[in-house]
Design a protein around this ligand. Structure first.
Ligand code: MG
Ligand code: ZN
Length: 371
């Protein structure tokens, strides 16, 4: 008896205690996992992805130092950083960058919606269209430019804008606004894609951003890129963002909208701080429009990011001292620096941390199509 008691004291009790401890820990873990999963299953009904081409942290900081009034970036509480290198080069271009966001793969610079072997890869706009969402694109470049193109086209080179325009006509896109009329009308091959778009149920306007009736709407308001802000573009970007949201949100199933501040990148390439900062502040207004809708709507995930940084831009102290800033560039090309991701709304908690640019796609996919 004493031997058994001694045996139990020495071996059985500690073992039982161990089992209880392990049991509790794994129970706790599964509880934690459950609450984690519950967080993740807060699926958004709508996603608005805003991309400011060529925007690193210094560019974003411009909206704090140079914008009158508060920055709309401040309204997105979740912050992450993405690594932007492409499959073939440390420094990405906008085509590989947008293919990473749209399709979740790393590809070569210049590729639009195709993998390294030039085979087509499905994109997020095509995938949500299959479940009945509406999709839209707004850009201050040509709508056939690399960034917007990756959400509807599949072609081995971003330079094939005539072919990219043809692919827009037969795509799943329901609303678009931007420049690029020359790729649709007055083409050397005589094809009239504005008429083709109308034939495919689009209401089209090639003059102004005026309201129209129709199930699908297209605005092509410049031959190539839209005018610069400093040359009088006005409120095109925030207004087109609002019109896209008004149109797409009529769909009860949900919508995906990509909005691009295309020309922040061009200001960077030109090493023109006034150009860059005015484009960034305009983009900030578009963020404000998306956030106003999302905060009222409650079921919309807003993601604000960039494909890469352009210009090696910094808000350096001026030569006169620390009291003033001299915006400074270190290159007229892109850089490999990580770029920030800001997010708000259901599922935004997934977007914190440091990760590859392809994860933007995979995180959206996980939220829209939970396992
Ligand atoms: Mg772009
Ligand atoms: Zn660029």
């Amino acid at each position: 008896m004493t031997i058994i008691t001694e045996f139990m004291k020495q071996f059985i009790f500690p073992l039982l205690a161990l089992f209880i401890t392990v049991g509790c820990t794994s129970q706790q873990k599964s509880l934690n996992r459950q609450s984690g999963d519950q967080k993740n299953t807060a699926s958004p009904k709508n996603i608005i992805l805003l991309i400011a081409d060529g925007t690193g942290l210094s560019q974003v900081s411009s909206s704090i130092f140079y914008k009158e009034g508060p920055s709309n970036y401040d309204r997105l509480p979740e912050i992450g950083l993405i690594k932007t290198s492409s499959a073939t080069e440390l420094v990405t271009d906008s085509a590989a960058g947008a293919t990473a966001f749209a399709s979740g793969i790393k590809t070569y610079n210049g590729a639009v919606g195709v993998a390294v072997d030039s085979t087509s890869v499905i994109n997020i706009a095509e995938e949500v269209s299959k479940i009945g969402w509406d999709t839209g694109l707004v850009a201050t470049s040509s709508i056939t430019h690399a960034t917007p193109a990756c959400f509807y086209a599949h072609i081995s080179s971003r330079d094939e804008e005539l072919e990219i325009a043809e692919q827009l006509v037969t795509s799943d896109i329901d609303f678009f606004a931007g420049g690029g009329l020359e790729f649709f009308k007055g083409r050397w091959d005589g094809m009239d894609l504005v008429t083709a778009l109308k034939f495919n149920d689009f209401s089209m306007n090639t003059k102004e951003l005026a309201p129209m009736e129709g199930a699908k709407k297209g605005y092509l308001l410049a031959d190539d890129g839209m005018p610069k802000m400093v040359e009088g573009r006005g409120d095109f970007l925030p207004k087109a963002t609002q019109m896209a949201i008004d149109h797409l949100s009529m769909n009860d199933k949900g919508f995906f909208l990509m909005v691009e501040g295309s020309q922040v990148d061009w200001g960077g390439h030109d090493n023109d701080a006034e150009y860059l900062i005015s484009e960034l502040i305009d983009f900030d207004e578009a963020i404000g429009v998306a956030m106003d809708f999302a905060q009222k709507n409650g079921e919309t995930l807003v993601i604000v990011t960039a494909d890469h940084e352009t210009g090696g831009f910094t808000l350096a102290a001026s030569q006169r001292g620390y009291a003033t800033i001299t915006p400074t560039f270190s290159t007229d090309s892109h850089s490999a620096t990580m770029v920030p991701v800001f997010s708000y709304g259901p599922g935004s908690e997934l977007f914190g941390g440091i990760y590859e640019n392809t994860e933007i796609y995979h995180k959206m996919k996980q939220l829209i199509f939970p396992k």
